[in-house]
Design a protein around this ligand. Structure first.
Ligand code: SF4
Length: 394
C-alpha cells in the first residue's frame, strides 16, 4: 500500500512516547538482574534469567508506533485490527488510551461494521491479510502499518513463489494472524504445523494416497480448491517467523529430499525453493538462550508470556523436551494462593497445579516471550520471592 493515508513509519514522536513506554513497561529489578549477569539470589531462591528474553525489536517498534499514533491523532477514532501483540498488559494499556480493537463475529471473521471512513486503523506487528487491507482502503481509513520487517521478508519470499507459480508450503499455525496474513498473499498454499504433517505431505507426494483424506486433513490449512495433482509439483518453503527454527529447517530439508527423489537433481530448481533465512533474529536468540539455560542445573522453569503467543509456546516446548518441570504463565495473577499455579500445558491447555514451588533451596530459570514487558517478569519474580519466604516461615 502507498499514499498519504498509509503510514509505515512513526510520526517523529519517539522521544515523547519513550518516557511513557519506559514507565509502562521497564523494570528496575530486571535492569539490576541484567547488570548482575542475569542471576539473583534472595532467601532460598536463586533466579537465573535467560540471556535473551522479553520484548523484541519488532514488538518494541509496533507498541511505540501505536503510542505515537495516539499522540499524532488525538481526536480521531483509532482501531487495531487485532491485538497489537500477544500480551494482555500491552493490549489493556492501549484500550485505556481509547484505542478500540476490532471484534470477531461468531463465525471467526472480523467485524469491521463500526469502522468508519477517516478512522485510523493500526495493523499489528504480525501484519494483516490482503482482504483486510482492501476493505480498509475501500472504507478510506487512515492506516498505520506496524508489520514487522521480518514478517515482510517472508512475504517477499511468497511473492517470488507466486511469480514462478510455486505452491507455498508454510510452516505455521493456520489460525495464527501472521500465517493468515502470509497465506493471503499466496494463490496456492498449504500450511503444515509440524514435522509430522510435513511427513504426511511428503509421503503423499512420493506414494500417493486417498485424495479425500488429504483434503479433509488440510481443509482449513490449504488454499481454496487445492489440487494435489497440480499443486504439489512445484513447492517453496515459507514460515511463520516464530516457529521453532530447527523444525522449519528439518521441514525444508524433508521437502528438498522428497522433490529430489521424485524429480532428480537436474531439474530440482523447477520443483523446490528453500525458504532462505526467515526465522527472525529475536525468535532465534530467545530459542538459543533457552537451549543454553535448560542445560544448567534448574529445579523448575517459568516461561512468561501471553497464552496465545506462539514464540512463548515454543520456549515452553524446549523446556518440556528437556524434561524440566516447567510452567507457562501469562503474568503474576497465575501465581495463586496456597502454592497453586495456573499455567498452560502444551497438551492439556490451561490448568492449575498444586505445590509448584518446592521446599528448600531452589534454582528457577526464567524466560519470557518476545511480547512480554520486563515489568510483567519483575512482578512474577517479586511474588515468587514472597511466596518462597512465606512458605518457609514458621
Ligand atoms: S518476534 Fe520477530 S518477527 Fe515477531 S515482531 Fe519480534 S522481531 Fe518481528
Amino acid at each position: 500500500m502507498t499514499g498519504a493515508n498509509y503510514h509505515r513509519k512513526g510520526f517523529g514522536l519517539k522521544e515523547q512516547v519513550d518516557v511513557e513506554l519506559n514507565f509502562d513497561y521497564d523494570s528496575e529489578l530486571i535492569q539490576q538482574l541484567r547488570s548482575n549477569g542475569n542471576v539473583m539470589q534472595r532467601g532460598r531462591v536463586t533466579i537465573k534469567l535467560a540471556e535473551a528474553f522479553g520484548f523484541c525489536w519488532g514488538v518494541d517498534r509496533a507498541v511505540s508506533m501505536a503510542y505515537e499514533t495516539r499522540k499524532h491523532f488525538p481526536d480521531r477514532q483509532i482501531w487495531i485490527t487485532n491485538e497489537i501483540i500477544h500480551n494482555p498488559v500491552v493490549n489493556n494499556n492501549l484500550k485505556r488510551k481509547d484505542i478500540r480493537f476490532v471484534q470477531f463475529n461468531s463465525d471467526g471473521s472480523k467485524n469491521y461494521n463500526e469502522v468508519q471512513a477517516d478512522d485510523v486503523v493500526i495493523l499489528p506487528a504480525f501484519g494483516a491479510s490482503v482482504e483486510e487491507l482492501n476493505l480498509l482502503a475501500a472504507k478510506k481509513c487512515e492506516i498505520v502499518d506496524t508489520t514487522c520487517p521480518w514478517v515482510s521478508r517472508v512475504w517477499n519470499r511468497i511473492a517470488k513463489y507466486e511469480k514462478s507459480d510455486f505452491t507455498a508450503i508454510i510452516h505455521g499455525k493456520y489460525n495464527h494472524e501472521e500465517t493468515i496474513a502470509t497465506s493471503s498473499r499466496s494463490g496456492h498454499y498449504l500450511i503444515v504445523q509440524n514435522l509430522q504433517e510435513a511427513e504426511y505431505v511428503c509421503n503423499f507426494i512420493l506414494e500417493g494416497g486417498k485424495k479425500e483424506d488429504f483434503y479433509q486433513k488440510f481443509h482449513k490449512a490449504s488454499s481454496p480448491g487445492f489440487d494435489v495433482d497440480t499443486q504439489l509439483v512445484r513447492v517453496g518453503i515459507a514460515n511463520q517467523t516464530t516457529m521453532l527454527k530447527g523444525e522449519t529447517e528439518r521441514i525444508g530439508k524433508l521437502f528438498e529430499k522428497t522433490m529430489l527423489t521424485k524429480y532428480g537433481p537436474d531439474v530440482i530448481d523447477e520443483h523446490f525453493l528453500s525458504p532462505g533465512d526467515t526465522i527472525c533474529d529475536a525468535t532465534q536468540e530467545r530459542q538459543d538462550a533457552m537451549l543454553k539455560m535448560v542445560d544448567e542445573h534448574l529445579d523448575l522453569v517459568l516461561v512468561i508470556g501471553g497464552f496465545n503467543s506462539s514464540n512463548t509456546g515454543h520456549l515452553q516446548e524446549i523446556s518440556e523436551a528437556k524434561g524440566l518441570m516447567s510452567y507457562h504463565i501469562d503474568g503474576v495473577d497465575c501465581l495463586l494462593p496456597g502454592n497453586r499455579i495456573r499455567h498452560k500445558s502444551l497438551h492439556e491447555g490451561i490448568k492449575e497445579t498444586n505445590d509448584w514451588l518446592p521446599d528448600g533451596e531452589i534454582s528457577i530459570g526464567i524466560t519470557s516471550g518476545a511480547s512480554t514487558p520486563d515489568q510483567v517478569v519483575a512482578e512474577v519474580l517479586e511474588r515468587t520471592f514472597v511466596l518462597a519466604e512465606t512458605q518457609t516461615a514458621p
